[in-house]
Design a protein. Structure first.
Length: 258
């Protein structure tokens, strides 16, 4: 996916995305980070066609995003939003089945291909035994995996995740990010996600893009991008950066207003 000179502003407000040009590598995990209000979720929303840019282009598989029909786009990329809503008594299996809608025609019956995709998505997300459970009976982590399973049932090569660990305790955060890593390594999915936690971004990303004031101010491999100077510039904190043989690089913020 390529982005060229992308700009966007909410109605009657100052621009929140300012002429961004960048590229997302196929088959990699890319994480967008930045302070609150920096534009990171808005950038992902533009890439998912939730918003229409005032200027610039987004290119997917050689075609402009705005030129794709809804079903065409849904076969190319899947999105899991930060907050998701569905009828509380909906079963996990029924929710996941909605991921097959791009492949269905009005009044058409579920096909063998649909059933295989649904079963696969449930197995990958470790929800097969919970397929008959209703959403309100699930834990927060299980619900988030159910929404990811629905996205996987679309059988796309690209997956967008907007702050997928928000509202989850640390156990479910790690469980979900390990699932993201497995989806990338085992199935070759291109994954773009927005995260708040810089250490999670460092650990689970091939590439990081740092957004501040609507612009990408740094991008590249975590070990190249995440520096003491960048933590000062972006988050206004003093930090210590360490490298551990088992866990890799990690960042320890130690003071505000550095």
């Amino acid at each position: 996916m390529e982005i060229k000179e992308l700009s966007f502003a909410y109605k009657h407000r100052a621009p929140i995305i300012n002429g961004i040009t960048t590229e997302f590598q196929k088959g990699k995990i890319t994480t967008i980070i930045g302070p609150n209000g920096s534009g990171k979720s808005t950038l992902l929303g533009l890439m998912a066609r939730n918003y229409i840019p005032q200027a610039g282009k987004i290119i997917v598989e050689g075609r402009q995003l705005q030129q794709l029909k809804a079903k065409e786009l849904a076969k190319l990329l899947a999105v899991v939003h930060q907050q998701n809503e569905a009828p509380y008594d909906l079963t996990v299996e029924r929710l996941v089945a909605y991921g097959r809608l791009p492949y269905r025609h009005m009044f058409s019956q579920e096909t063998e291909e649909d059933r295989e995709a649904i079963d696969w998505a449930l197995e990958v997300t470790k929800l097969a035994k919970l397929r008959r459970q209703r959403l309100h009976e699930l834990s927060g982590g299980q619900k988030q995996r159910a929404w990811i399973a629905m996205a996987l049932a679309q059988k796309t090569s690209v997956l967008f995740l907007d702050e997928p660990t928000t509202y989850l305790d640390i156990f479910y955060q790690i469980e979900l990010l390990e699932l993201v890593k497995e989806l990338n390594e085992t199935y070759g999915l291109t994954i773009v996600m927005v995260l708040h936690d810089v250490n999670q971004a460092v650990r689970y990303s091939d590439e990081i893009k740092v957004v501040k004031d609507g612009s990408i101010i740094a991008e590249g491999a975590p070990e190249d991008v995440m520096t003491v100077e960048l933590m000062k510039q972006v988050y206004d904190v003093k930090a210590i950066i360490r490298r551990d043989e088992e866990t890799g690089m990690y960042i320890v913020p130690i003071a505000v207003k550095a």
